[in-house]
Design a protein around this ligand. Structure first.
Ligand code: AMP
Length: 281
């Protein structure tokens, strides 16, 4: 099994991909912030099956962190990440520096109404401006035919879908389902900060996601949201939001009758660790 080519500069990436692009190979791209786990691996596996060249980036983009402590605390595990990329037969690991990748680039505001304004957009100022700026930049450099993103970050996936079609980026966006621990907890790089006690408490989130359809058989959408928020608080979590929205537009769902098109999205903190989860309604 070959190790991925490790590329740390924009010029290096352009150089490596030039001949691949010229020879008509298809490129698949998986953007990550590092601290890789089986969720990331599932995206890499899908890419490996579908394209000739798999490129993965490892870059915790500072402009999408509204809290610099959160960025400083973000786990850095490059050696282990490279082993996982090797195991998944990734061809290129792109690990850029901020000064290089942001050369002549500043975060560009992005506004797609409810898609960018609500939920994460309302709680993390500038997060989606930073995210979309770096994804555009990475697409421009990697020139992927296909890019793989997890449903774990449902709103991010919806925004990237919209951006890609709206701006004609020419990249097919592939959404990949959420990978979970056997307990139900959605895999996340941030989970390493959870104690075993906190992990137990965090399961209130995934249980709410799995049980939402049943809960709605005898409650209104609003009642269900309030009830889940209360259960999270009772378990020691601090919910930022518990919302049932239209899965595509992220606008409030009009009524129970429109379920089937709905998605429950939850963000909650446990101590200093912020967790996201979502599932179909
Ligand atoms: P991150 O490194 O957290 O920015 O994640 C990189 C990509 O992996 C994003 O597209 C995430 O949505 C995706 N991802 C993260 N966790 C999971 C998971 N548990 N299951 C599936 N995809 C995931």
């Amino acid at each position: 099994m070959n190790s991925p080519r490790i590329i740390r500069t924009v010029a290096g990436l352009r150089h490596v991909l030039k001949s691949e692009i010229a020879s008509g190979k298809t490129i698949g791209f998986v953007a990550t912030m590092g601290a890789l786990h089986e969720g990331h691996a599932s995206l890499l596996k899908k890419a490996r099956q579908e394209v000739d060249i798999v490129v993965s980036s490892i870059y915790a983009n500072p402009t999408q962190f509204d809290n610099q402590d959160d960025l400083a605390k973000y786990p850095k595990t490059e050696f282990a990440d490279l082993l996982l990329l090797k195991r998944e037969q990734t061809d290129v690991a792109f690990i850029p520096q901020t000064a290089d990748i942001y050369h002549n680039l500043s975060a560009t505001p992005i506004n797609y109404g409810a898609l960018t304004d609500t939920l994460e957009g309302a709680h993390r100022t500038g997060h989606f401006d930073g995210m979309s700026t770096i994804v555009r930049r990475l697409f421009e450099l990697v020139t992927p035919h296909r890019a793989y993103f997890g449903e774990k970050d449902w709103q991010q996936l919806a925004i990237i879908n919209r951006m890609s079609s709206f701006e004609g980026l020419g990249v097919k966006i592939i959404g990949c389902e959420i990978l979970r621990e056997p307990s139900g907890l959605a895999l996340s790089s941030r989970n390493i900060h959870l104690s075993s006690q906190e992990k137990k408490a965090s399961l209130t989130i995934s249980k709410s996601v799995f049980g939402i359809k049943k809960r709605l058989t005898n409650r209104s959408l609003h009642e269900a949201e309030l009830e889940i928020a209360n259960e999270l608080k009772h378990a020691g979590l601090e919910p930022d939001y518990v919302k049932i929205v239209n899965a595509d537009t992220l606008e409030p769902l009009q009524s129970e009758t429109s379920s089937g098109q709905g998605r429950l999205l939850i963000a909650a903190s446990l101590g200093t660790t912020r967790l996201l989860d979502n599932g179909p309604v």
